[in-house]
Ligand binder design. Structure first.
Ligand code: SF4
Length: 457
């Protein structure tokens, strides 16, 4: 399928081939689903909304709810204000959410619809019931990626909701980054195990991984409640997990409500998880419980058993920047060599961080932000690897070059169940270790001659 990818690399500036990212509104829509009783709303044409919903549905294997302003040619000429007003009228009459979270699309951004004025007028005209909320963010897809969209919507949650009323509480805010519902659940489990009071937003656990009960619920029980997000303004501090997805909201909270913040890498892999736990210890003065330390001990034990197979293996890793920074560090800690490291999201910080992680062990590694899978494939043709780690789109390169492949990150469109297992924390590390070694050993055994086809490894 990708047989024609040439080995020779030509410098390209404008053209992307097989982008390693998707569009801003997908991230904004996902963040909106992390608010309790919220209906995400796409201010644009039906096609955009259908794409964003289906992409998230294919990843999560859950129906993704969102409404649209349903732009037509007329809206492109006269603006989408009338469509938004009609949409809000229908949404509150028929679907009755507590919050409508509006994100723009390329078309409404190009038209230049002024959403704050449109929403204000809709409220003045009684289209928005008194106890209901309409928030918005701008997500032009010709800038950034789905990570930018997630970040922008999270900033809007702070802009619209966070308040500093009265005294500062002993609470900690957690902004978890663009991670799976299972990751958010695992972060909450760790926080609860340390008995630290916290507010986490957004939170898609129990929204996109709600149990099957046989009855459809338009708004599952999960999601951060508006009152909780309001309280974030009175917290003592914020931990932003993953700078690309979470720092902007933490910064906004500091500016608006004077809540100090710290940015940490996503707690993927043992070192990044250690730093997360240490930050919790520093904040609370509490020690982690025995059960958490036992989890860590198990990861160390598994790593010790596996190191002989990982050592020196070359890896190509691509995906969202916060995920890839932490994963690159994890691979280095396992003695592997991440020789190709790439993200589709723009940001020189990605290159600086990845290079600093790799400078001792793989100084010659290829590292690039704002790039595409065509270049990754060319890198692999020039320097083959033992393993590819990345989202579903990597399978075409894996097949063309016959390389073991582990699905990691977003989107994973061709497998089921992955959203239920965390990648974060010590438990997430255990699963990643198992998946990577299984892929390497499956390959080794497939090619082993009879005399080396061992029953016991
Ligand atoms: S037009 Fe823009 S917002 Fe709509 S699907 Fe395409 S890139 Fe995304």
């Amino acid at each position: 399928m990708l047989d024609m990818t040439p080995k020779e690399i030509v410098n390209r500036k404008a053209l992307r081939i097989n982008p390693a990212k998707t569009c801003q509104p997908i991230g904004a829509l996902y963040a909106s689903l992390g608010i309790h009783n919220c209906l995400p709303h796409s201010h644009g044409s039906q096609g955009c909304c259908a794409y964003h919903r289906s992409h998230l549905t294919r990843h999560h294997k859950e129906p993704i709810m969102a409404s649209t302003s349903s732009f037509t040619e007329g809206s492109a000429v006269f603006g989408g204000g009338a469509n938004l007003r009609q949409a809000l009228r229908t949404i509150f009459q028929v679907y009755n959410p507590d919050v409508v979270a509006v994100h723009t699309t390329c078309l409404s951004e190009t038209i230049g619809d002024d959403l704050p004025s449109l929403i204000k007028k809709a409220r003045e005209d009684g289209l928005i019931p008194k106890n209901k909320h309409v928030i918005h963010t701008n997500t032009p897809s010709y800038v950034g990626s789905h990570i930018t969209g997630f970040s922008n919507m999270t900033v809007s949650m702070v802009r619209y909701f966070s308040e500093k009323n009265g005294e500062t509480k002993e609470n900690l805010n957690i902004i978890p980054g663009f991670v799976e519902p299972s990751d958010m659940r695992e972060i909450k489990r760790i926080m609860a195990s340390m008995k630290i009071p916290f507010v986490m937003f957004p939170d898609t656990s129990d929204v996109l991984d709600a149990p099957q009960t046989g009855r459809f619920k338009m708004y599952p029980r999960g999601g951060t409640r508006v009152e909780e997000i309001q309280k974030s303004g009175a917290a003592q501090a914020t931990l932003a997990l993953g700078g690309f997805a979470s720092e902007a909201a933490a910064q906004q909270l500091e500016q608006k409500c004077d809540v100090a913040y710290q940015v940490l890498d996503l707690p993927i892999g043992i070192a990044a998880t250690d730093r997360f736990i240490q930050a919790l210890i520093d904040f609370s003065g509490k020690q982690p419980p025995e059960s958490l330390m036992a989890d860590r001990g198990r990861v160390v034990d598994i790593m010790t058993d596996m190191l002989q197979y990982f050592h020196g293996k070359k890896v190509a890793v691509f995906g969202d920047p916060d995920h890839i920074i932490s994963m690159t560090e994890f691979l280095v800690n396992l003695g592997m060599k991440p020789v190709h490291v790439l993200t589709g999201t723009p940001g020189k910080l990605f290159e600086r961080r990845a290079k600093s992680i790799l400078k001792e062990s793989v100084p010659e590694a290829n590292v690039k932000a704002y790039s595409d899978l065509f270049l990754l494939h060319q890198w692999i043709k020039n320097e083959p690897v033992d393993l590819i780690l990345g989202n579903t789109y990597g399978k075409y390169i894996a097949r063309a070059e016959d390389i073991p492949f582990v699905r990691f990150g977003f989107p994973i469109l061709d497998r089921i169940g992955h959203t239920y297992f965390p990648a974060v924390g010590y438990r997430g590390a255990m699963r990643l270790l198992e998946k990577m070694l299984d892929a390497l050993l499956d390959r080794q055994e497939r090619e082993a001659p009879d005399e080396k086809f061992e029953l016991v490894m």
